[in-house]
Design a protein around this ligand. Sequence first.
Ligand code: GUN
Ligand code: FE
Length: 448
Amino acid sequence: MVFQGASFSPQDAYHVHFESNALLTVDHTGLIDRLIRPSDADYTSVRQAAQAADILQILPAHTYLLPGFIDLHVHAPQWPQAGLALDRPLNDWLNTHTFPLEARYADSQFAHRVYQHLIPELLANGTTTALYFGTIHHDANLELARACADYGQRGYIGQVVMDNPDQTPATYRTPSATDAINGTEKFVMAVQALAKQRHAAVTPVITPRFVPSCTPAALAGLGQLAQRYDLPIQSHCSESTWEDQYAQEHFHRRDAEVLDHFGLLTSRSVMAHGTQLSTSDLDLFHQRQTAVAHCPISNAYFGNAVFPVNQALHRDVKVGLGSDLSGGFTPSLYRNLQQAVMASQMRQDGVDAAQVADKRGVKDSRISATTAFYLATKGGATSLHLQAGQLIPSYTADFQIVHDRYATLMPNDAGSIFERLMYHTTPADIKAVYVRGQRVHHLKGDHN
Ligand code: GUN
Ligand code: FE
């Protein structure tokens, strides 16, 4: 396949690269082979050969090729309650709404229905890779892995461990630490077998829910499993003051230090939220090369706080973007990217606006759409050790093709188009989505 048209790709956290009419060639293994500019000697010959072979796809006017988005934090089972009960505090929301909903996934049929609905929805929003929390149930989690395979999404899938009887209801609890370890190991094997059998991009992830919901024995065992099988790890870290207090009271350490003590902060770890991370925690994340999944919509509800993106990036901490469905209400990373910019502005001091010292805010907090775009693409890819999130040779051909619906009315320089796409793209503007060079979504009724 050869794509011809305009594209935006992140260069780093503060720069985005625009190509006005390049050819992007994709090889048979689903990797980007070459990016050929009109000024390159073989542009015309490659283009003609592709046209002759009927593999040239010319992007229509006012449409753009972007890397697919990478959602670093999704609770797949919470999809049926997206947008509900978000006015409750975290602990209450978990116990009253979330745990009872997740308990229903003991029924694999229910899991099948939800996951077959969720995955296409995420693809329609431009999300080509997602890092998922499942539930405690083996069969339901395999339904999630199968749904990723069915629809061609790249999925990282975790079997949730929550075995602490003091913090979990009897109706929704991992029976014991031993069961947590054995059950996780069995799930790892099953997902790896599925990946092989279906040639699917699914990977198992070690998933202690968060420190309060796990016993020390489970945390320790999961740390060892992650090391033994060289697996990614995910959890929540310092999402709320309540969570931080819990770590202090029960372990006399900070939340991040507890996870680290059990071998759960590694270069393959992705920790959600982190709004309450201290500078020493951020230094620990840097040392361990652990990533943060920034979930700006959810953080407005449950963290009542803004994660300091710039401060983390300046300390060389890996950061990506997460929807945190259903702590966040939307499957769209566009909406999270918009909220990331808005929230950063609320953390910013008021000095340059009012020319007076405004002590409420913090300097250098503001981020732009460019940085938010980086988080949703390259930042997420780096966190998962994936060669994705950028339109460059040897990276995976995970794309979204988006339409600029206001093109005829508004400024048409590359910078304006880019910002407009970030702020206005909805599923109705996402024409097609590709994973590993295969089209996995296209807009119904659209023939481009
Ligand atoms: N902490 C532990 N579990 C959860 C969850 O499901 N959502 C959020 N936002 N925080 C959590
Ligand atoms: Fe979460």
